[in-house]
Design a protein. Sequence first.
Length: 674
Amino acid sequence: MMTEMTPLFRGGELSGERGRNRVVIEGVQPQVDCGRFPIKRTAGEAVVVEADVFGDGHDAVSCHLLYRAEADSEWQTSAMRLVGNDRWRGEFSVPQLGIYFYTLEAWIDAFQTWRRDFLKRLQAGQDVGVELLIGAALISGAAARASGADAERLRQWAADLRSDSPHREELAVDEELARLALAYPDRSFATRYSKELAVTVDRKQARFSAWYEVFPRSCSSEPGRHGTFRDCEAFLPYVAGMGFDVLYLPPIHPIGRTFRKGRNNATEAAPDDVGSPWAIGSEEGGHKAIHPQLGTMQDFERFVAKAREHELEIALDLAFQCTPDHPYVKEHPEWFRQRPDGTIQYAENPPKKYQDIYPLDFETEDWKALWEELSSVVCFWINKGIRIFRVDNPHTKAFPFWEWLIGSIKATNPEVIFLSEAFTRPKVMYRLAKLGFTQSYTYFTWRNTKQELTDYFTELTQSAVREFFRPNLWPNTPDILPEYLQFGGRPAFMTRLILAATLGASYGIYGPAFELTENEPRQPGSEEYLNSEKYEIKHRNLASPWSLSDFITRVNQIRRENPALHGDWSLAFHHVDNEMLLCYSKTTADLSNVILVVVNLDSGHKHSGWVTFDLHKFDLDPEHPYQVHDLLSDSRYFWQGNRNYVELDPAVSPAHIFRIRKKVRTERDFDYFL
């Protein structure tokens, strides 16, 4: 089999069989950076592949898609079809977790060429005696490549074409026999695409998930008392009841005391200040230890098991940084950057200084030992039942490290999910996703206008970015209280929740701050919370009548019940003649589930407008009415045509989440909406 490579000949020397290789394969998609990185899918999804495939002259071309799981040595094949202008398309499914490979193979198909031209000659009334003999020879070749009953049928067919039978012409164009011959083509001079492209296959939660972030130390039922994992167990029904499936915990490790930050990030801590969970390491241990006030390792393992009973999966924060008190500082000072005065370089973002954090030095000469130790941290928590990690600031660590770490972990634990918390430059975020991060934080938090949201999510879901970058949308985090939430009141929180939960198949909130609509910044112009939970224990009234917990529960129920919201790629935006109204849809491939969302982006005022969309995209008849069922309010409206009126008052509800139901008539002439 010949592989397409360049240059074909060097120094005028002619050798081998590649000069008889007549088919070109180019423009293969999907692939990331010319095949340098794998594309991403979840188990059960299809990989649709397209390529430009053509040969010289007018001979017919055949093309097959080749694919295999990493552990398999044999390729499976799937015939590709011509979709126009020498563009071919094929697909295969990826049912198992892990790595798959795919490539293409194409060849000049002599039998197909013969049959096409034979039919033309028959229609023109030409003598086809010689062509019958040519066809017989081609069919005999197919018989030699076949076996068993197929080989016998092909041999008989070839003999019939060589005979004096008056039915030879009719036999020559037999459809069933033609399909049989095409199943055994001559690939002697086939072109094999020069690359084997890869697919990383993750579990469904990589594509569709709802995250809830909580500080375990704030889960105590008593004000002022440090929460424990046992306290967190009582919190599980609350989170599960709202419909979340991932409960994310900030770091649960011992917190250092040297340069500990006080409340509101004060540089001087009071004796009773608890410090930041991201200041990891003390005399009680480092990244493989539990903060003593949270409980024991046995308490943690019990908590993980209890969460599973509530269909919740625990995600841990993976923050590769140390306090001056971390055991690594004493045991491995070479893993940190030394300053000329003999001190260790602490974290800085001038003029800000973070004296309580020592970054790891990924340029250390002892980098191999550092990498191995950090990998052992991940393996340690995997052995404790953790399969999801939210990675803190991965863009401040070496790119090669992440590619190695994630690749080696997923080689033995393909179900593990890594969420990249990299609020940084777009190309850096995308590079981290290419290197293996399963999901990524996004700029959604700061995209507020209709144009900003449309442009950004079109890029994420309709461009090549979608092949490697899976967005996870967060309206707020412990680090970020966006301006929109600071000034928009309760409707603003509802608006951002609906956008996050329906624009993205994966989203998360930092709670209970979100459902209790906490929105006071530390100072004007700041995105830091006043009295931030990063530096103190919080005690909240989860039963507050102002809580959005019921609203969140309803939105998560809508997400679960509607498969159209389980993916991102079907997202399409639709015209509304009001800049404060955003309209978009998501659908299943068979259009059995069509969701249309209209959101009022102005949290302070009522807005109305006319929504316009293409009825044919939803398989709707312009001559008949259809029902739009608002899944938030349970209201139902009858629309007709492609232009319809909407009005949204944020004081009542900032959005419609419509399920479009078309009329179906039964055998008894009874109409209902499906």
